[in-house]
Write a protein that binds this ligand. Structure first.
Ligand code: NI
Length: 197
């Protein structure tokens, strides 16, 4: 191949390793894959989603059990959130979600208010001890699960509107938070496995 020097080879090698790094980082970022909204919600599936919401406080407590401050301040992937930020983010995200459920149950297709989760994770309260958010998650999930268990089929078909992604039924949104709960828990459990913590 004419003009294909060592420099070109190095370039190809560097590009290849850069692409590999990006792919590996994406795997670390999405340990259970990305959320796919293309599914039919059956009553059985809905029950498994409700169970995930009930179980998260215990599953998350198990995932972070015994971690010291240095470990909590370790990023789960290069340039990613620390374990501490992940825990505080779950509290931020799920308290918003809980409010959105209550809005959708009491108003006609309310438009919800998005927020910049990355900016929230940089605020001072995301550096607090994780126990603070574990208490929030415990309380929110207890009430959220109670609410979900009280909802009828008709309630689960109620909708809210996200300004960017459009209308969501509450049962479809529950699929998102089932995924979200497992997604962030896996960030922590995968990191511990890689680090042998
Ligand atoms: Ni998240």
């Amino acid at each position: 191949m004419r003009g294909f020097s060592i420099c070109n080879l190095r370039l190809v090698f560097n590009l290849k390793s850069q692409i590999l790094t990006i792919i590996m980082n994406e795997d670390l970022r999405f340990p259970i894959g990305k959320f796919d909204a293309d599914f039919e919600v059956t009553a059985e599936l809905r029950n498994t989603f409700v169970q995930t919401i009930s179980d998260l406080p215990v599953k998350l407590a198990t995932a972070i059990e015994g971690l010291n401050d240095e470990q909590l301040d370790t990023e789960y992937r290069p340039d990613g959130w620390t374990v501490r930020q992940v825990v505080h983010h779950i509290a931020d995200s799920h308290l918003n979600s809980y409010c959105r459920y209550k809005l959708a149950l009491t108003e006609e297709v309310p438009t919800i208010r998005p927020y910049f989760e990355d900016r929230w994770a940089e605020l001072s309260d995301s550096k607090m001890p994780v126990e603070v958010s574990m208490k929030i998650i415990d309380g929110i999930h207890s009430r959220w699960a109670n609410l979900l268990n009280s909802m009828s089929d008709v309630d689960f078909k109620r909708k809210l509107k996200h300004p960017e992604s459009g209308e969501w039924t509450l049962e479809k949104m529950l699929g998102l938070y089932d995924w979200h709960s497992k997604h962030h828990t896996a960030h922590i459990t995968d990191l511990r496995e890689r680090k042998s913590w």
